[in-house]
Design a binder for this molecule. Structure first.
Ligand code: KIV
Length: 274
């Protein structure tokens, strides 16, 4: 019996909360999709996708920029509102874009704007330096998903979209970040583009659910960007999969992705990093 019940059309029966996702840990993987508009958000609800992210990837997938850096608060708010109008059952997570959470006070003001737009939680990129910010937000009732590993807002610091944590010292830092972000009160941890063995270590070291994207098959959940699922990305990343090709239509593609995550068959070996 699936942890989150489907209604008689296959859609989510009840609202998914953070507590639902915490309870699923160790019992059943949950599924997340990064998407940006009302019809796709409604489709995700219909296909029992437990969490939807309005990622700042929208800068690249929808707005045509070559990085996420130009994305503004106004653009994020516009898309969070659209997603919230289309879906009243999945947990809705909104990204804070580049340089909108450089200080705890700035983070508080901007996180409040994202929450008022319809998000249930905010996502911010970074490690130990975010501890004070996370504490400030969670103390004031704003749940936080912390994003580590390949954090696209730091693309220029990394010199490109590169796998993180292949060197021992960087892997160690990511493990220390995991501990600090847990202690600071983060409610979810998202790990992007790390070797699978490190993704597994981070998951074991974390007390909160870990969502992976290019972080192997042992995390508590998986997230993919809707454009990748639907084969819309000209040069798709290794960790993604075009589910539309096999499924034939959009709802079937979302369901196929969901079924593979639940069964532990996505990501397969070919989508993972060593
Ligand atoms: O912005 C986004 O869509 C993301 C996902 C790739 C995790 O951060």
């Amino acid at each position: 019996m699936p942890y989150v019940q489907a209604d008689n059309t296959g859609g989510l029966e009840k609202k998914v909360t953070l507590q639902t996702l915490h309870k699923m840990r160790g019992q059943e993987k949950f599924v997340m999709v990064s998407l940006y508009d009302a019809p796709m958000a409604a489709m995700a609800q219909k296909c029992s996708v437990e969490a939807v992210l309005i990622g700042d990837s929208l800068g690249m997938t929808v707005l045509g920029y070559d990085s996420v850096i130009p994305v503004t608060m106004e653009q994020m708010i516009y898309h969070v509102e659209a997603v919230a109008r289309g879906n009243n059952k999945s947990l809705i997570i909104g990204d804070l874009p580049f340089m909108t959470y450089a200080t705890p006070q700035q983070a508080l003001e901007n996180a409040a704007r994202i929450m008022r737009s319809g998000a249930h939680m905010v996502k911010i990129e970074g490690g130990a330096w975010l501890a004070e910010t996370i504490q400030m937000l969670t103390d004031r009732g704003i749940p936080v998903c912390a994003h580590i590993g390949l954090t696209p807002q730091s693309v220029h610091k990394f010199g490109g979209f590169r796998v993180q944590g292949r060197q021992t010292d960087r892997a160690q830092t990511l493990l220390e970040d995991t501990k600090i972000l847990n202690e600071a009160g983060a409610d979810l941890l998202l790990v992007e583009c790390v070797p699978s063995a490190l993704g597994t270590e981070i998951t074991k070291a974390s007390e909160i659910p870990v969502i992976g994207i290019g972080a192997g098959d042992q995390t508590d959940a998986q997230v993919l960007v809707i454009n990748d699922i639907l084969g819309l990305t000209p040069q798709p990343p290794k960790f993604s999969k075009n589910f539309l090709q096999e499924a034939g239509d959009i709802p079937s593609a979302l369901k196929l992705y969901r079924d593979h995550v639940k069964a532990g068959t996505f990501p397969a070996q070919e989508h993972q990093f060593t």
